[in-house]
Design a protein around this ligand. Structure first.
Ligand SMILES: *[C@@H]1O[C@H](CO)[C@@H](O)[C@H](O)[C@H]1NC(C)=O
Ligand SMILES: *[C@@H]1O[C@H](CO)[C@@H](O)[C@H](O)[C@H]1NC(C)=O
Ligand SMILES: *[C@@H]1O[C@H](CO)[C@@H](O)[C@H](O)[C@H]1NC(C)=O
Ligand SMILES: [Zn+2]
Length: 492
């Protein structure tokens, strides 16, 4: 997730690129009762599975002890007569969930995933520099004999497992780290000064590699093709966009991705239908006037006054023009101009950010911010030039979960991990470049908990103290695999 914490201010403006004020604000919102996820009790990662009615039906249909000799170790059948071929299986069952989980739960799977994650954690690479991370992923894929295309978007990978035919379902992981100095003292601390996997993308990669392993071992059961997308530069915002340009979504009809979350106990899955994460954009405006001695204001065109009026007028957009039930934000976060106490300056530079949860509101905000700035400047005979950094892709549209894809994640998670390990969560003001995929194909984004008080994995993403409960890795891998495999069964 990107903008949640990292007020990544576009290059041209000279302020610290990563600020934590947004994180603090965000954290405060968590403490309000409405969003009180922190009060969730710690749940056991994988409680005994509890079945719903449909689940039982599928299970009964699925497994007949009389036919045991025909069952493969992978289990998971939907047969009505002896000798029915794998291609005729068509229901997901409890046996399937258990088969997927049993691979994930193997001791060697957990150890391997931890090692993979630790290697990546020790060598964090920033956006579009994920060369070693990408190489490590390809080495693991080679060992599993999984085919892939590389590079997409410089360091990205598109791998596939399954029949090679439709349907195609994608699962995605981001690979980039952050320009943060790790403050956690542990054996596998970042070895690169000033860089850290402080958002858990190392864990996302490990989980997707784990999913590849599980899916590969069940390839004969797949009713279509799973596309694994390893993308660069989530934090920079153009990773997803460039992956799409380079064909990452070719043939893909649905896509899923996970983000670790310190708000949920280890292995709890959270998501919601509809808008999940805000659209996020930044603006920078140069307000130009004419300089003059402060004692002779009539010789000036005062950009300070114009900019002040602009700041006030911008407040009216959300408060007067937006539906109060449609959450939006416009914040001016920087105001720079003049350095001589006796001189009205030529220019003032204003900067800020805006957020919204619907595509329409988001682009309306953008349009109105520009209009208000330009028109308000002209009231004071100044001019305004507004830059939204669209070319640099610091615009992230809202991440909107497709209802059907959300239902799919929910169903898979509840069947796999038990109903108590799924939680519908409120929308958040952060942003994710997964939104670019969700604009192209039906998509669902979900969280997986990494919070463990004993370990101390309670810090927010983008904190130098961020850490995860590594027990999440096999569960995340199993969840990915089940989401993909079951999607193919149910949409084939
Ligand atoms: C498999 O299960 C699905 C529903 O889950 C059912 O519609 C289908 O008829 C079953 N197929 C066989 C071969 O039993
Ligand atoms: C969002 O709005 C923009 C601008 O109006 C448009 O170009 C884009 O296609 C829209 N996306 C979706 C998913 O509706
Ligand atoms: C938290 O981590 C500790 C140490 O690994 C482990 O023993 C414990 O079971 C974990 N707790 C939860 C709720 O996962
Ligand atoms: Zn992230």
């Amino acid at each position: 997730m990107a903008m949640l914490f990292h007020a990544s201010f576009p290059r041209k403006i000279n302020i610290r690129k990563y600020s934590f004020s947004a994180a603090i604000l965000f954290f405060l919102t968590l403490l309000t009762p409405k969003h009180s996820l922190l009060s969730l009790s710690l749940a056991h990662p994988i409680p005994p599975s509890t079945s719903s009615d449909t689940y039982d039906v599928a299970e009964r249909r699925c497994y007949n002890p009389e036919e045991e000799e025909a069952m493969t170790s992978a289990g998971c059948k939907n047969r009505t007569r002896r000798g029915t071929a794998a291609s005729e299986w068509s229901a997901w069952s409890k046996t399937c969930s258990e088969a997927v989980l049993s691979i994930a739960r193997r001791r060697e799977t957990g150890e391997w995933l931890k090692n993979v994650r630790r290697k990546i954690h020790e060598n964090p690479e920033l956006a579009f520099e994920e060369y070693e991370t990408s190489r490590l992923i390809r080495e693991e894929l080679d060992l599993m004999e999984v085919s892939y295309r590389h590079p997409l978007a410089k360091t990205g990978i598109r791998a596939w497992i399954g029949t090679g035919g439709p349907p195609f379902v994608a699962i995605r992981a981001d690979m980039d780290a952050l320009p943060i100095q790790e403050a956690v003292e542990w054996e596998y601390k970042s070895k690169v000064a000033g860089k850290m996997h402080a958002c858990g993308h190392d864990a996302h990669v490990a989980m997707l590699i784990g999913a590849a392993k599980i899916l590969k071992s069940r390839e004969h059961l797949l009713k279509g093709t799973v596309i694994l997308i390893f993308q660069p530069a989530e934090e920079a915002g153009n990773g997803a966009k460039r992956m799409i340009q380079d064909g990452a979504l070719e043939d893909v009809e649905a896509i899923f991705a996970v983000h670790v979350s310190h708000q949920h106990p280890t292995a709890m899955i959270g998501s919601r239908p509809g808008p999940l994460l805000a659209g996020c954009g930044f603006f920078r405006a140069v307000i130009s006037g004419k300089k003059a001695r402060a004692g002779n204001p009539h010789h000036s065109l005062d950009p300070i006054l114009a900019a002040s009026a602009i700041v006030i007028s911008l407040q009216g957009i959300v408060s007067r023009e937006a539906n109060p039930l449609d959450s939006q934000v416009v914040s001016v976060t920087s105001f720079n101009g003049g350095n001589n106490l006796d001189m009205i300056p030529d220019t003032v530079v204003l900067g800020g950010t805006f957020r919204a949860f619907s595509n329409t509101s988001f682009y309306q905000l953008l349009e109105r911010i520009e209009q208000v700035m330009v028109e308000q400047a002209s009231v004071y005979r100044c001019s305004a030039e507004v830059d939204f950094f669209e070319k640099e892709y610091t615009i992230y549209p809202p991440t909107v979960n497709d209802d059907r894809m959300y239902q799919h994640v929910k169903k898979v998670a509840m069947d796999l991990l038990g109903p108590s390990n799924f939680k519908e969560v409120p929308p958040m003001m952060g942003a994710e470049d997964f939104s670019f995929y969700s604009q192209v194909v039906p998509a669902a984004f979900f969280y997986i908990g990494i919070r463990n008080e004993t370990l101390g994995s309670t810090h927010t993403g983008h904190s130098p103290y961020f850490m995860i409960d590594e027990d999440v890795l096999p569960i995340g891998a199993a969840t990915h695999a089940a989401i993909a495999e079951r999607y193919l069964i149910e949409h084939g």
